[in-house]
Design a protein around this ligand. Structure first.
Ligand SMILES: Cc1cc2nc3c(=O)[nH]c(=O)nc-3n(C[C@H](O)[C@H](O)[C@H](O)COP(=O)(O)O)c2cc1C
Length: 320
């Protein structure tokens, strides 16, 4: 998620779940080919498994960007066919590609030929006046025939004109059944669902119908829910085993390293504000992160002070 799931956010989320697949922000293929690669693509080894999401619609450029991403060590390349923002539309990528399924399939084929790691696609159920029945089937048939290893579907349309990107994440109604029908038509392909899923319990219910669940805003705003994911979905330690002391240590050490390299504490802590939601002391924790931690020169001691404000004694599996 752009501006949200940067490397600091992903490192933090990785402390909460060892197994869930994490996604980068969308990175435009052209930028990777021309730009400062370390800044755009650099990530911490601890983030694995991590998928690089690309934006673009030029098959050769996407193939080249995918190759670079693979060489950087990413575990998966994902193509964005769902993002409706203006900036993205002007470059012919994102959700408007729902209208050119043959082009998307060509892009996937080129990316598949370029890399050995999985290539996946994230799309909508349709855009504008499209009928989601044929629109999603056509897109899915094309990309899966081209070799896509998974299709993730944000279960609502995007309106390319008239709604802001934010409104496009809330106003078009969710239609989970449409994604379930796609899965029923494609029993042997990985079909994942996304959109409006607020909790792990809700995620589990979707797994009766589809192969995977992607959480966006809920994971970002209430990251503590991620601490239950390994036990619920990956056979990890039973709930109750979450180690807050290890989390504090890992984040303080990580922040110190970032600051040493010229970064600021706030780059790391801005993603951590929603942790501990509902626990005694959470409000003081949030206050410290949004004031002291944002000051120039703030160090990891501020993060430790914020953690010290929280009473974990009642917290079991979920830090939220
Ligand atoms: C701030 C923000 C940035 C986003 N950036 C991206 C992006 O770069 N690529 C993408 O595929 N989706 C992006 N999304 C959409 C989410 O991935 C997700 O599809 C959408 O929020 C619906 O899922 P949710 O209800 O679980 O959040 C973004 C969402 C938000 C809120």
């Amino acid at each position: 998620m752009m501006d949200w799931t940067d490397r600091h956010c992903r490192f933090f989320h990785r402390q909460l779940t060892r197994r869930a697949l994490l996604y980068t922000e969308m990175v435009v293929a052209d930028a990777i080919i021309q730009g400062a690669r370390e800044r755009l693509l650099g990530f911490d080894e601890a983030e694995h498994p991590v998928a690089l999401q690309l934006g673009g619609s030029d098959a050769q450029k996407l193939a080249e960007a995918a190759r670079i991403g693979e060489a950087f060590g990413y575990d998966e390349i994902n193509l964005n066919v769902g993002c409706p923002s203006d900036r993205v539309q002007s470059g012919t990528f994102g959700a408007c590609l729902m209208k050119t399924p043959v082009l998307v399939a060509d892009c996937v084929a080129a990316m598949k030929a370029a890399v050995k790691i999985p290539v996946t696609v994230k799309c909508r159920i349709g855009v504008d006046e499209q009928d989601p029945e044929p629109a999603l089937d056509t897109l899915a048939d094309g990309v899966l025939a081209a070799g896509a290893d998974a299709l993730w579907v944000h279960a609502r349309k995007a309106w390319l004109e008239g709604l802001s990107p934010k409104e496009n994440r809330d106003i078009p109604p969710l239609d989970y059944d449409r994604v379930y029908r796609l899965k029923a038509r494609k029993p042997n392909e990985f079909i994942g669902i996304n959109g409006g899923i607020q909790s792990l319990d809700a995620a589990r219910l979707h797994l009766d119908h589809v192969d995977g669940v992607m959480l966006g805003r809920a994971a970002y705003h209430t990251p503590g829910i991620l601490t239950g994911a390994d036990a619920m979905f990956y056979g990890g330690d039973a709930p109750g085993a979450f180690d807050h002391a290890a989390l504090i240590d890992a984040m303080a050490t990580y922040a110190a390293r970032h600051i040493e390299k010229g970064g600021r504490l706030g780059h790391v802590t801005r993603h951590m504000v929603g942790l501990f939601h509902g626990l005694p002391g959470a409000r003081r924790y949030r206050q410290i992160l949004s004031t002291d931690a944002t000051r120039p020169g703030a160090g990891p001691d501020v993060l430790k002070k914020a953690f010290a404000a929280v009473d974990f004694s009642g917290a079991a599996a979920e830090a939220a």
